[in-house]
Design a protein around this ligand. Sequence first.
Ligand code: FES
Length: 330
Amino acid sequence: MPRIRLQPSGILFQVPAGDDLLSAAANTGIRVPAACRNGVCEICEAHLTSGQALNTRNQQPIPVGERLMMCRSLALTDLELEIPAVMASGQYQPRTFQAKVVDVRSISHDVYRVELQLPGRRDVAFHAGQYLSVNLPDADPCYFSIASSPSAGNIELHIQASPEWVSAQKVIDALTSGQDVRVELPHGKACLAAAPAKPMVMVAAGTGFAQMKSLVEYLQETNFNHPVKLFWGVRKHEDMYLRSLAQQWHNDWAPFTFQPVVGDDEDNDWGGHHDQLVRAVLASGFDWSTVEVHASGSPAMVYTLMDALLAAGLPESAFFSDVLEYAPRG
Ligand code: FES
């Protein structure tokens, strides 16, 4: 299968025989701007910088250095294309929006599911696994993972809040006030600009599940067929606020397995510690040199997991977590 490299993002994808470049990119989850899909609107334009490609309109080869429409081009060899509109992980510039709060509902004893509508949603690009900030007047920004796939119409958040947790409770109060809220997105590099060509292991603690939900929904849309395993650790059964959804993925989506890890199930004092979750991940028997790991939870959990997995053979470049960015180790 020819391999296509997009520059300047460096994103790589493969084109199955007979597929046009736009369809192949979309099937890998790469967001190339497009409209007509018929060579007319020129929105999917790229420049061919190396390789041999064929224009399917006139069946003519496309000279290197010329522009092509990705929806109307086939790859005859590996190609390199220049298309600045396609960005790599973390390269979209964050922008602020007035978001309309469409729904806020309590889905557990302390987690709320929030749905936001953004103006001009079609033009707001983010990658699966990125996060946003809710910017209330006179308050520091509060950061939340986006729980929905980049293709979803509305943006979903999972917010843990209780009256003792003042900043999060303030956000819930603002979201339920009936007013629009100011949000800034996208943030975060621990995301997927394209589906990886290897098994994925996801490790979430608490509401870290939100980020994994975005990744899972995105991978499902790209027909990802490598194994995907989700470990979700919580302190008590009632904290696993969307267990039925994770179980449904497990039942309905062949590549996916779900392993809940509940502190209460073990005869020990879990007490918010993360060792049990890390032990479960390590015991799963993956060949760590061949997988990609995404982790979301407290810095203590993420660094304990990372150290254990790197010692077990995971390459450092295959471990992704927002914690590495917002709580770097000194
Ligand atoms: S999507 Fe319109 S030219 Fe390709």
